[in-house]
Design a protein around this ligand. Sequence first.
Ligand SMILES: Cc1ncc(C[n+]2csc(CCOP(=O)(O)OP(=O)(O)O)c2C)c(N)n1
Ligand code: SF4
Ligand SMILES: [Mg+2]
Length: 297
Amino acid sequence: MKLKDLPDESPYTPGDKACGGCMAANIAINVMRVLGKKAVVSVPPSCMSVFAGIFPAINWDVPYFHMQFANLASTITGISRALKALGKDDIVAVGFGGDGGTGDMGIQALSGAAQRDENILYICYNNEAYENTGVQASGSSPYGSWSSTTPAINGGNGNEYFPKDIPRIMIAHDSTYVATAATSHIQDFIQKVEKAKNLKGFRYIEVLSVCPPGWRVPTDSGPKLVKEAVDSGYWLLFEYEKGNLTLNGEPNFDGLREFFSKQGRFDFITEEQYKELEEFYKNRLRKIKNLQLNNQT
Ligand SMILES: Cc1ncc(C[n+]2csc(CCOP(=O)(O)OP(=O)(O)O)c2C)c(N)n1
Ligand code: SF4
Ligand SMILES: [Mg+2]
Protein backbone atom coordinates (compact mmCIF):
# COMPACT_ATOMS: atom_id res chain seq x y z
CA MET A 1 0.00 0.00 0.00
CA LYS A 2 1.28 3.46 -0.93
CA LEU A 3 0.90 6.49 1.30
CA LYS A 4 -1.23 8.21 -1.35
CA ASP A 5 -3.66 5.26 -1.30
CA LEU A 6 -4.37 5.61 2.41
CA PRO A 7 -7.61 7.31 3.40
CA ASP A 8 -7.14 10.83 4.82
CA GLU A 9 -9.53 9.99 7.61
CA SER A 10 -8.44 7.79 10.46
CA PRO A 11 -10.57 5.95 13.04
CA TYR A 12 -8.29 7.79 15.43
CA THR A 13 -10.15 11.09 15.20
CA PRO A 14 -8.79 14.66 15.57
CA GLY A 15 -9.00 16.74 18.72
CA ASP A 16 -7.02 14.76 21.24
CA LYS A 17 -5.30 16.25 24.28
CA ALA A 18 -1.71 15.30 23.45
CA CYS A 19 0.99 17.95 23.92
CA GLY A 20 2.00 19.91 20.83
CA GLY A 21 4.40 17.85 18.77
CA CYS A 22 3.62 14.51 20.47
CA MET A 23 4.62 11.80 18.00
CA ALA A 24 2.54 9.15 19.81
CA ALA A 25 -0.61 10.75 18.40
CA ASN A 26 0.93 10.70 14.92
CA ILE A 27 1.64 6.97 15.34
CA ALA A 28 -1.97 6.26 16.38
CA ILE A 29 -3.36 8.23 13.42
CA ASN A 30 -1.24 6.36 10.86
CA VAL A 31 -1.69 2.86 12.29
CA MET A 32 -5.46 3.38 12.31
CA ARG A 33 -5.45 4.77 8.75
CA VAL A 34 -4.07 1.37 7.71
CA LEU A 35 -6.27 -0.78 9.96
CA GLY A 36 -9.49 1.14 9.30
CA LYS A 37 -12.62 0.36 11.26
CA LYS A 38 -12.13 -3.39 11.43
CA ALA A 39 -10.24 -3.12 14.70
CA VAL A 40 -10.75 -3.22 18.44
CA VAL A 41 -8.28 -0.94 20.23
CA SER A 42 -6.86 -1.33 23.74
CA VAL A 43 -4.57 1.05 25.62
CA PRO A 44 -3.20 0.65 29.18
CA PRO A 45 -2.35 3.56 31.53
CA SER A 46 -0.01 5.88 29.60
CA CYS A 47 -0.09 9.24 27.86
CA MET A 48 -2.16 7.71 25.05
CA SER A 49 -4.85 6.52 27.43
CA VAL A 50 -5.11 10.02 28.87
CA PHE A 51 -4.90 12.15 25.74
CA ALA A 52 -7.23 9.98 23.64
CA GLY A 53 -9.24 7.65 25.83
CA ILE A 54 -11.26 9.59 28.36
CA PHE A 55 -15.00 9.08 27.98
CA PRO A 56 -17.01 10.82 26.55
CA ALA A 57 -14.34 12.85 24.69
CA ILE A 58 -12.78 9.72 23.23
CA ASN A 59 -10.83 9.77 19.97
CA TRP A 60 -11.16 6.12 18.96
CA ASP A 61 -13.96 5.61 16.46
CA VAL A 62 -13.83 1.83 17.03
CA PRO A 63 -14.54 -0.26 20.16
CA TYR A 64 -12.02 0.71 22.84
CA PHE A 65 -10.79 -0.96 26.03
CA HIS A 66 -8.70 0.37 28.90
CA MET A 67 -7.16 -2.04 31.40
CA GLN A 68 -4.52 -2.14 34.13
CA PHE A 69 -0.91 -1.23 33.47
CA ALA A 70 0.52 -4.75 33.27
CA ASN A 71 -2.01 -6.60 31.17
CA LEU A 72 -2.40 -5.06 27.72
CA ALA A 73 -1.18 -8.23 25.98
CA SER A 74 -3.55 -10.50 27.91
CA THR A 75 -6.47 -8.10 27.34
CA ILE A 76 -6.01 -8.13 23.57
CA THR A 77 -5.51 -11.90 23.72
CA GLY A 78 -8.95 -12.20 25.32
CA ILE A 79 -10.47 -9.86 22.74
CA SER A 80 -8.87 -11.82 19.90
CA ARG A 81 -10.17 -15.13 21.24
CA ALA A 82 -13.66 -13.67 21.71
CA LEU A 83 -13.64 -12.36 18.13
CA LYS A 84 -12.65 -15.84 16.93
CA ALA A 85 -15.48 -17.43 18.93
CA LEU A 86 -17.88 -14.98 17.29
CA GLY A 87 -16.54 -15.84 13.83
CA LYS A 88 -15.24 -12.28 13.34
CA ASP A 89 -11.82 -13.26 12.06
CA ASP A 90 -11.45 -10.15 9.92
CA ILE A 91 -11.30 -7.80 12.93
CA VAL A 92 -7.85 -7.00 14.35
CA ALA A 93 -7.31 -7.00 18.12
CA VAL A 94 -4.73 -4.24 18.46
CA GLY A 95 -3.05 -2.75 21.51
CA PHE A 96 -1.00 0.43 21.85
CA GLY A 97 1.42 0.32 24.79
CA GLY A 98 4.07 2.77 25.93
CA ASP A 99 7.60 1.51 26.55
CA GLY A 100 6.96 1.28 30.31
CA GLY A 101 3.71 -0.65 29.87
CA THR A 102 5.41 -2.89 27.31
CA GLY A 103 9.00 -3.61 28.29
CA ASP A 104 8.74 -3.18 32.06
CA MET A 105 5.30 -3.57 33.67
CA GLY A 106 3.66 -5.52 30.85
CA ILE A 107 6.49 -7.78 29.79
CA GLN A 108 5.27 -10.99 31.41
CA ALA A 109 1.85 -10.79 29.72
CA LEU A 110 3.57 -9.84 26.46
CA SER A 111 6.06 -12.70 26.72
CA GLY A 112 3.27 -15.22 27.39
CA ALA A 113 1.25 -13.98 24.40
CA ALA A 114 4.33 -14.17 22.16
CA GLN A 115 5.19 -17.68 23.32
CA ARG A 116 1.61 -18.87 22.63
CA ASP A 117 1.63 -17.04 19.28
CA GLU A 118 -1.65 -15.32 20.16
CA ASN A 119 -3.39 -13.71 17.21
CA ILE A 120 -2.77 -10.10 18.25
CA LEU A 121 -1.18 -6.92 16.91
CA TYR A 122 0.87 -5.10 19.56
CA ILE A 123 2.14 -1.58 18.79
CA CYS A 124 4.68 -0.17 21.24
CA TYR A 125 5.18 3.57 20.98
CA ASN A 126 8.56 4.01 22.59
CA ASN A 127 9.14 7.50 23.98
CA GLU A 128 11.87 6.13 26.22
CA ALA A 129 10.42 7.10 29.64
CA TYR A 130 7.34 7.02 31.83
CA GLU A 131 6.19 10.32 30.33
CA ASN A 132 2.63 10.46 31.61
CA THR A 133 3.58 10.51 35.28
CA GLY A 134 6.33 13.12 34.95
CA VAL A 135 9.24 11.68 32.92
CA GLN A 136 10.55 8.93 35.17
CA ALA A 137 13.24 6.69 33.65
CA SER A 138 12.00 3.38 32.22
CA GLY A 139 13.90 0.27 31.15
CA SER A 140 13.94 1.82 27.67
CA SER A 141 15.51 5.14 28.67
CA PRO A 142 18.87 5.85 27.06
CA TYR A 143 22.11 5.83 29.02
CA GLY A 144 23.10 9.29 30.26
CA SER A 145 19.67 10.83 29.74
CA TRP A 146 18.09 13.20 32.21
CA SER A 147 14.75 12.21 33.72
CA SER A 148 13.01 13.15 36.96
CA THR A 149 14.45 9.99 38.55
CA THR A 150 17.90 10.23 36.93
CA PRO A 151 19.16 13.71 37.81
CA ALA A 152 21.85 15.13 35.58
CA ILE A 153 22.97 18.00 37.78
CA ASN A 154 24.11 18.37 41.40
CA GLY A 155 26.27 15.25 41.27
CA GLY A 156 23.98 13.13 39.06
CA ASN A 157 25.15 11.74 35.71
CA GLY A 158 21.75 11.00 34.20
CA ASN A 159 20.55 7.47 33.58
CA GLU A 160 23.21 4.95 34.60
CA TYR A 161 21.71 2.02 32.65
CA PHE A 162 21.59 1.16 28.96
CA PRO A 163 18.13 0.49 27.50
CA LYS A 164 16.75 -3.00 27.07
CA ASP A 165 16.03 -4.09 23.53
CA ILE A 166 12.38 -5.16 23.46
CA PRO A 167 12.24 -6.13 19.74
CA ARG A 168 15.17 -8.52 20.22
CA ILE A 169 13.39 -10.00 23.25
CA MET A 170 10.34 -10.56 21.04
CA ILE A 171 12.47 -12.13 18.29
CA ALA A 172 13.87 -14.52 20.90
CA HIS A 173 10.30 -15.87 21.21
CA ASP A 174 10.41 -16.89 17.54
CA SER A 175 7.45 -14.57 17.07
CA THR A 176 5.45 -14.53 13.85
CA TYR A 177 6.32 -10.90 13.08
CA VAL A 178 8.51 -8.31 14.79
CA ALA A 179 9.39 -4.93 13.29
CA THR A 180 10.65 -1.51 14.21
CA ALA A 181 9.37 1.62 12.49
CA ALA A 182 9.71 5.40 12.43
CA THR A 183 7.25 8.12 11.51
CA SER A 184 9.92 9.77 9.33
CA HIS A 185 10.02 6.66 7.10
CA ILE A 186 6.29 6.65 6.61
CA GLN A 187 6.14 4.34 3.59
CA ASP A 188 8.17 1.70 5.44
CA PHE A 189 5.98 2.25 8.51
CA ILE A 190 2.62 1.80 6.79
CA GLN A 191 3.88 -1.19 4.81
CA LYS A 192 4.87 -2.89 8.05
CA VAL A 193 1.48 -2.17 9.62
CA GLU A 194 -0.27 -3.46 6.51
CA LYS A 195 1.83 -6.62 6.52
CA ALA A 196 1.11 -7.18 10.21
CA LYS A 197 -2.60 -6.54 9.63
CA ASN A 198 -2.74 -9.34 7.07
CA LEU A 199 -0.75 -11.89 9.06
CA LYS A 200 -2.20 -14.18 11.74
CA GLY A 201 -0.39 -14.84 15.00
CA PHE A 202 1.68 -12.69 17.32
CA ARG A 203 2.76 -9.43 15.67
CA TYR A 204 4.83 -6.73 17.37
CA ILE A 205 5.80 -3.32 15.95
CA GLU A 206 7.83 -0.81 17.95
CA VAL A 207 7.82 2.81 16.81
CA LEU A 208 10.12 5.58 18.06
CA SER A 209 7.99 8.33 19.59
CA VAL A 210 9.43 11.78 20.30
CA CYS A 211 8.02 13.40 23.44
CA PRO A 212 8.96 17.11 23.40
CA PRO A 213 8.61 17.80 27.15
CA GLY A 214 10.37 14.55 28.12
CA TRP A 215 13.16 14.84 25.58
CA ARG A 216 13.42 18.59 26.18
CA VAL A 217 13.14 19.54 22.54
CA PRO A 218 11.01 22.17 20.72
CA THR A 219 7.47 21.07 19.85
CA ASP A 220 8.15 21.26 16.10
CA SER A 221 11.29 19.12 16.20
CA GLY A 222 9.78 15.61 16.26
CA PRO A 223 9.59 14.71 12.56
CA LYS A 224 13.18 15.81 11.78
CA LEU A 225 14.56 14.31 14.97
CA VAL A 226 13.06 10.91 14.17
CA LYS A 227 14.73 10.97 10.75
CA GLU A 228 18.04 11.89 12.37
CA ALA A 229 17.56 9.02 14.85
CA VAL A 230 17.31 6.59 11.93
CA ASP A 231 20.09 8.12 9.81
CA SER A 232 22.52 8.21 12.74
CA GLY A 233 22.00 4.58 13.78
CA TYR A 234 20.28 5.52 17.04
CA TRP A 235 17.05 3.84 15.86
CA LEU A 236 17.45 0.81 13.63
CA LEU A 237 14.74 -0.14 11.16
CA PHE A 238 14.32 -3.88 10.66
CA GLU A 239 11.72 -6.59 10.37
CA TYR A 240 11.70 -10.22 11.39
CA GLU A 241 9.37 -12.62 9.64
CA LYS A 242 9.33 -16.40 9.31
CA GLY A 243 12.65 -16.68 11.11
CA ASN A 244 14.39 -14.18 8.84
CA LEU A 245 15.59 -10.71 9.73
CA THR A 246 15.89 -7.86 7.24
CA LEU A 247 17.68 -4.64 8.09
CA ASN A 248 15.90 -1.76 6.33
CA GLY A 249 18.74 0.57 5.43
CA GLU A 250 22.35 0.87 6.52
CA PRO A 251 22.91 3.69 9.01
CA ASN A 252 26.20 5.50 9.38
CA PHE A 253 26.99 7.01 12.74
CA ASP A 254 28.14 10.40 11.43
CA GLY A 255 25.12 12.27 12.80
CA LEU A 256 25.00 10.61 16.22
CA ARG A 257 26.75 13.36 18.18
CA GLU A 258 24.51 16.01 16.60
CA PHE A 259 21.41 13.90 17.33
CA PHE A 260 22.28 13.86 21.04
CA SER A 261 23.29 17.52 21.09
CA LYS A 262 19.83 18.63 19.95
CA GLN A 263 18.08 17.19 23.00
CA GLY A 264 17.99 18.85 26.40
CA ARG A 265 17.81 15.45 28.10
CA PHE A 266 21.42 14.85 27.01
CA ASP A 267 22.66 18.37 27.86
CA PHE A 268 24.89 17.14 30.65
CA ILE A 269 26.58 14.08 29.13
CA THR A 270 30.34 14.02 29.33
CA GLU A 271 32.68 13.13 26.46
CA GLU A 272 33.31 9.79 28.17
CA GLN A 273 29.56 9.07 28.30
CA TYR A 274 29.21 10.04 24.64
CA LYS A 275 31.91 7.52 23.69
CA GLU A 276 30.06 4.82 25.67
CA LEU A 277 26.82 5.74 23.90
CA GLU A 278 28.48 5.59 20.49
CA GLU A 279 29.91 2.16 21.27
CA PHE A 280 26.53 0.94 22.52
CA TYR A 281 24.67 1.91 19.30
CA LYS A 282 27.42 0.53 17.04
CA ASN A 283 27.30 -2.70 19.00
CA ARG A 284 23.55 -2.83 18.69
CA LEU A 285 23.84 -2.74 14.90
CA ARG A 286 26.37 -5.59 15.09
CA LYS A 287 23.93 -7.63 17.21
CA ILE A 288 21.11 -7.13 14.70
CA LYS A 289 23.43 -8.06 11.84
CA ASN A 290 24.38 -11.21 13.73
CA LEU A 291 20.72 -12.17 13.84
CA GLN A 292 20.64 -11.67 10.07
CA LEU A 293 23.42 -14.25 9.74
CA ASN A 294 21.03 -16.82 11.22
CA ASN A 295 18.49 -16.31 8.43
CA GLN A 296 17.02 -19.54 7.17
CA THR A 297 16.86 -18.66 3.47
C1 LIG B 1 0.29 -0.53 38.53
C2 LIG B 1 0.46 0.89 38.14
N1 LIG B 1 1.60 1.55 38.48
C3 LIG B 1 1.75 2.83 38.12
C4 LIG B 1 0.78 3.50 37.43
C5 LIG B 1 0.96 4.96 37.09
N2 LIG B 1 1.22 5.21 35.71
C6 LIG B 1 0.25 5.54 34.84
S1 LIG B 1 0.80 5.90 33.30
C7 LIG B 1 2.41 5.60 33.79
C8 LIG B 1 3.55 5.80 32.81
C9 LIG B 1 3.43 4.94 31.61
O1 LIG B 1 4.65 4.94 30.87
P1 LIG B 1 4.68 4.35 29.42
O2 LIG B 1 4.07 3.01 29.40
O3 LIG B 1 6.06 4.45 28.91
O4 LIG B 1 3.71 5.33 28.60
P2 LIG B 1 3.88 6.94 28.41
O5 LIG B 1 3.29 7.57 29.61
O6 LIG B 1 5.32 7.21 28.27
O7 LIG B 1 3.10 7.25 27.19
C10 LIG B 1 2.48 5.22 35.13
C11 LIG B 1 3.73 4.92 35.86
C12 LIG B 1 -0.39 2.79 37.10
N3 LIG B 1 -1.41 3.36 36.40
N4 LIG B 1 -0.54 1.49 37.48
S1 SF4 C 1 4.12 14.05 27.70
FE1 SF4 C 1 5.12 13.36 25.81
S2 SF4 C 1 4.17 11.37 25.24
FE2 SF4 C 1 2.86 12.43 26.76
S3 SF4 C 1 1.32 13.55 25.52
FE3 SF4 C 1 3.00 14.96 25.98
S4 SF4 C 1 4.40 14.76 24.20
FE4 SF4 C 1 3.02 12.99 24.16
MG1 LIG D 1 6.91 5.89 27.67
